[in-house]
Design a protein around this ligand. Structure first.
Ligand code: DQA
Length: 142
């Protein structure tokens, strides 16, 4: 059983209501239910916070004993050296995800402070970005 932690950052508690043309009209909770059903071989934990320090605490808490962390840091992606350092400090691989294609949006979203510390980045596929991140923790044998 793979243990995977999803961490969503600021304003992502409003998914479904927040700018639906960009972020879609599904709440994260209803998406998560489907995701868990789709991956019975994974134990998927979920945490959302609007506070940077709480996100850092969750990375510390799960960063040594989980198989993977999927992190959508929201706007902190573009500003947070502290999140970059937290990702570097732990041993669990962290995959950065974004719902929207940040490179097709405002210029201030083009730079990520956390990408260089992450194992990889998946963005622009809507909520599907999270499922693709789960797949990245389930490598296939070629
Ligand atoms: C986001 C993109 C960020 O630029 C933005 O601040 C968010 C959501 C995304 O998932 O597309 O809050 O991370």
């Amino acid at each position: 059983m793979k243990k995977i932690q999803i961490i969503n950052g600021p304003n992502l508690n409003l998914l479904g209501k927040r700018e639906p043309t960009i972020y879609g009209d599904s709440s994260f909770e209803s998406f998560l239910e489907k995701l868990r059903n789709q991956y019975p071989d994974c134990e998927i934990s979920y945490f959302q916070s609007n506070m940077e320090g709480e996100m850092i605490n969750k990375i510390h808490e799960t960063g040594f004993n989980y198989d993977g962390i999927i992190l959508n840091a929201g706007a902190y992606t573009h500003t947070s050296i502290a999140l970059h350092d937290a990702i570097k400090a732990v041993t669990t691989p962290v995959v950065e995800v974004h719902i929207s294609n940040v490179h097709a949006r405002e210029e201030f979203r083009h730079h990520s402070m956390i990408s260089a510390a992450c194992k990889g980045v998946i963005l622009g596929f809507g909520l599907e970005s999270y499922r693709l991140a789960i797949e990245s923790f389930r490598p296939v044998d070629y």
